[in-house]
Design a protein. Structure first.
Length: 456
């Protein structure tokens, strides 16, 4: 009888231990010489984003349930990658003013995170700065990428104590990172060398011939595999859009519709929900998305967005603004410009990309000075920055109609147009109806093509 009781007690203890198994990781630590009240932790797939409070002494602690995975830890300009799995307790200690030399990662499960730090340093030493890296000629670039792959593989293989699941994923991720850089080379080299027509040699991407873009396990575990899949289907979509009258959004849905793997197909569609705002055929975009996606949350999100933005579809009356301050004196309302096409530039004096478009905008304005079009620059600077706004108009010799919105980002016109980033360009017809919710930038040759198609 005693043996039976003992046996049952052992079973009870084992059961309790199983129930006590943790499904979270802990991250804690202390930061010296910091004035920041919170740190940020973001997953590599960008689906998890958490702000962790830092007390007056610089200490912090929190639990993470979005596991396992690689996370980007940041505190101001200081950052590092961490790997977290259930049961880990990662402890970070460092001096905020000397992050690189003082960072210490200890605690249970620290090995994978320390490996990531060593890997990052090794890659940085071989790669150098991004601009010089991508300016290399094709053969030299490929050789350097191969050197990075070999060095990181050696570090991973010889590193003791790595989480087994992490190591198995990392081996593949290292190779996908190599392929990612090759795939990204043409556009990056073109940008950094200012050679818009640059093309890689025909055999440069031979290693991607026959590549499997439908591996669910790798898609879920490797951010670089995801990049490769995304790039492949975006390229297919651009080809389809260029060979037909369809816009990119509709072409993208048609391209991914053929993906046999539901997880990958839905993941790609999920990232394109906001694209409906830029589609020339929102109704078709909405219908195709709803037919193709099996993710009910995404379909609900798209439906809610569609209900808000369908009033911005081609041919719909434009949202209005009334009595905005005009740099030339008095006020201007959007209806004052009816009778001509109106090219709207939503910008601000503090916006670098906006200012970068100014030379091209001035060139286009000059080219169409006597045509049936008005150029309207609508600043979302704050009213308190009125003088700064006027000074830039004068210093940059800006033309067209210059108006200042009444409440910056919160101005009703900006809200009605669902504008989340600037510069943002809109084209309206002479009746005040929407031609393009997201028109090409002045620096884009497609803008002139659009004007020509409308006989402006």
């Amino acid at each position: 009888m005693k043996k039976v009781i003992l046996f049952l007690s052992i079973i009870s203890i084992i059961s309790c231990k199983k129930e006590a198994e943790v499904d979270y990781a802990i991250i804690s630590g202390k930061i010296l010489n910091t004035e920041i009240s919170a740190i940020r932790l973001m997953s590599s797939d960008y689906k998890f984003n958490k702000t962790i409070a830092v007390d007056r002494e610089g200490t912090f602690i929190d639990t993470i349930n979005y596991l396992p995975g690689i996370f980007h830890f940041s505190e101001g300009r200081n950052y590092s990658d961490l790997y977290l799995s259930a049961g880990d307790h990662i402890i970070l200690n460092y001096n905020s003013k000397d992050f690189k030399n003082s960072l210490s990662i200890t605690g249970k499960g620290n090995e994978s995170s320390n490996y990531l730090t060593k890997k990052e340093n090794a890659v940085a030493n071989i790669m150098g700065d991004r601009k010089s890296f991508y300016q290399l000629q094709p053969e030299d670039f490929k050789a350097k990428c191969k050197k990075i792959e070999e060095e990181v593989t050696h570090i991973a293989s010889s590193y003791k104590g790595l989480d087994k699941a992490f190591f198995n994923v990392e081996k593949k991720n290292i190779h996908y990172n190599y392929l990612y850089h090759l795939n990204n080379y043409e556009s990056s080299h073109s940008f950094y060398t200012k050679q818009p027509d640059f093309k890689v040699p025909e055999s440069f991407l031979a290693e991607l011939d026959g590549f499997d873009y439908h591996n669910e396990e790798d898609y879920l575990n490797s951010i670089y595999y995801q990049y490769l899949v995304q790039s492949y289907y975006k390229s297919k979509s651009i080809e389809l859009a260029n060979s037909s009258s369809q816009d990119f959004g509709v072409s993208f849905i048609k391209s991914v519709k053929e993906i046999p793997n539901e997880i990958i197909r839905d993941a790609l569609l999920s990232e394109q929900i906001e694209e409906i705002k830029y589609s020339d055929n929102m109704g078709q975009y909405y219908t195709l998305f709803m037919e193709t996606s099996t993710n009910e949350d995404d379909k609900k999100a798209l439906t809610e967005l569609y209900e808000k933005v369908k009033v911005l579809a081609v041919g719909e009356p434009s949202p209005k603004f009334v009595n905005y301050i005009n740099n030339a004196g008095g006020t201007t309302s959007l209806d004052d410009l009816k009778g001509k096409y109106v090219y709207v530039d939503v910008w601000a004096t503090w916006c670098g990309p906006c200012k970068a478009e100014i030379p091209s905008l001035k060139k286009v304005e000059k080219q169409y000075h006597d045509k049936n079009i008005e150029f309207l620059s609508l600043s979302i600077d704050k009213i308190k920055d009125h003088d700064k706004w006027k000074k830039m108009i004068k210093d940059k010799e800006l033309g067209g109609v210059q108006v200042l919105a009444d409440n910056a980002w919160k101005s009703q016109f900006v809200q009605d147009y669902q504008i989340k980033g600037i510069p943002h360009f809109i084209l309206l017809d002479p009746n005040g109806n929407i031609v393009k919710y997201s028109a090409p930038r002045p620096s884009d040759k497609k803008l002139i093509e659009l004007f020509n198609s409308l006989n402006i």
